[in-house]
Design a protein around this ligand. Structure first.
Ligand SMILES: [Zn+2]
Length: 85
C-alpha cells in the first residue's frame, strides 16, 4: 500500500507572522497537485509570503476523495475557483 498524503493533515505556518496560512488555491502541473497557502492578515503581503505545497498526485488522498473540489476558502467557504488542468 503506497504512502498517502492528506493535505488537510498538514499545517502551514508562516515564518514571518507566525500564524497559520489559509488554503486559497489548487492547481495541477504534470504529476503534481499544487496547493497555495496565503497569510490572511495585515502583517504579511500574500505575494511575498505565499506558500506552494506540491503533492505527487498518486499520493494525494485529499484531491482524490474530493475530485470536484475547486480550492480555496477556510471553514468550508467557497474559494476563488482556481483550477488549472
Ligand atoms: Zn505571514
Amino acid at each position: 500500500m503506497p504512502d498517502e498524503i492528506n493535505i488537510r493533515n498538514i499545517s502551514i505556518k508562516c515564518g514571518n507572522c507566525n500564524t497559520y496560512q489559509t488554503l486559497t488555491a489548487f492547481s495541477r502541473r504534470d504529476e503534481w497537485n499544487i496547493y497555495t497557502y496565503e497569510c490572511e492578515n495585515d502583517t504579511c503581503d500574500p505575494s511575498v509570503t505565499r506558500t506552494l505545497v506540491e503533492v505527487p498526485r498518486e499520493m494525494d488522498s485529499f484531491a482524490r476523495r474530493d475530485p470536484e473540489w475547486r480550492g480555496g476558502g477556510k471553514h468550508g467557504e467557497i474559494g476563488d475557483g482556481t483550477l488549472e488542468e
